[in-house]
Design a protein around this ligand. Sequence first.
Ligand SMILES: NC(=O)C1=CN([C@@H]2O[C@H](COP(=O)(O)OP(=O)(O)OC[C@H]3O[C@@H](n4cnc5c(N)ncnc54)[C@H](OP(=O)(O)O)[C@@H]3O)[C@@H](O)[C@H]2O)C=CC1
Ligand SMILES: O=C(CO)COP(=O)(O)O
Length: 354
Amino acid sequence: MSQQSHSTSSHSDQKKQVAVLGGGSFGTAITKVLAENGHTVHFWMRDGNQAREVAEQGTNQRYMPGIQLTGDIRPTTDFSTAVQSAEAVFVAIPSKAFRAVIQQHAADFCNDQIVVSLTKGIERHGFKLMSEILQEEIPRTRIGVLSGPNLAGEIVNCDLTATVIAAKDPDVRRTVQGLLGCEYFRVYANVDIYGVELAGALKNIYAIVSGLAAALDLGENAKAMLITRSLAEMSRFAVSLGANPMTFMGLAGVGDLVVTCTSSKSRNYRVGYAVGKGASLEDAAAELGQVAEGIHTLQLVKEKAEDAGIYMPLVRGLYEIIHGGASIKAVINGLMMAVQNSDVEFILPRTLTY
Ligand SMILES: NC(=O)C1=CN([C@@H]2O[C@H](COP(=O)(O)OP(=O)(O)OC[C@H]3O[C@@H](n4cnc5c(N)ncnc54)[C@H](OP(=O)(O)O)[C@@H]3O)[C@@H](O)[C@H]2O)C=CC1
Ligand SMILES: O=C(CO)COP(=O)(O)O
């Protein structure tokens, strides 16, 4: 579907003041949806030149070349101006900078303000998810997480997309559905914040694995095996950390895993593909010029899984290839020749098969 200029009507007729933090690909995509739904969007970014370009040209050429932004978008580098009057704040800052940005500006948020993380990553210290950082830094606010199969490059073309808002507070869920929902963007609700958020972060690792497999042209059966075993592995990990396994059956789980493991539009997939073709991780990441959260998440999840004794052969195999200098062929052979195991371990527990 090609790019369209949309005069969409949001599910709610009320036009609101909202804020988006982060001027990258996803911040731009969500800003576009919100503005097309008629809301006033205070769009915060740190780069003054970029803010000027959005204000004067209605474009963000660095992150979304060729995309025209329309509606009441107010780009700013002034954080306080951005969040002050916003009913809801959407945060699209990469996980590495997430806490620093929120902490520095914590005083600018209002009591009971809705703050929604769009970020799919994990903080190194303490293995914290972004909603946990929000809870620690701005506990006065009402917190949500938005995650799902949401390639920014498709959303800006108004291609049909669904996502998940996870929040404990039903008013947060309803408000976000009202703000974002339109004929090309559908928002489903969940209460399992931890599961939804963890799914979004974990799938980035498996997108790298799938990109790597695609570079080796392993075949269609292998693709299906990899995606399905990725789902088994990520849900095993998440459940042992307290998430609801059923969340992984939804858009934030299977949905996001499928889109990022099958599309070269995913940056994590592209990193894996480049490594599979012989590039170093550093060169692959530099070539991308945008964030690929899976690179950092891989290391954290590998360490966490080892500490907690969680069986994660794909994570370990990818880590050995990327950081341990293991040959891809040897890792694949090790995975295929590992002890025969059960398919769905929630039905037939893994240990019973030995
Ligand atoms: N793109 C996508 O399809 C999707 C992305 N996400 C998630 O959204 C999050 C953001 O990703 P995305 O927008 O794609 O990333 P991009 O790489 O496209 O952009 C990153 C943005 O973050 C800004 N940024 C980085 N560090 C700081 C900082 N210290 N202070 C202020 N701004 C900062 C960058 O600013 P600058 O240009 O000045 O460096 C840039 O605007 C990630 O966690 C990603 O996983 C989720 C769903 C879909
Ligand atoms: O999360 C995404 C799609 O849902 C975007 O994936 P990448 O960060 O790999 O581009």
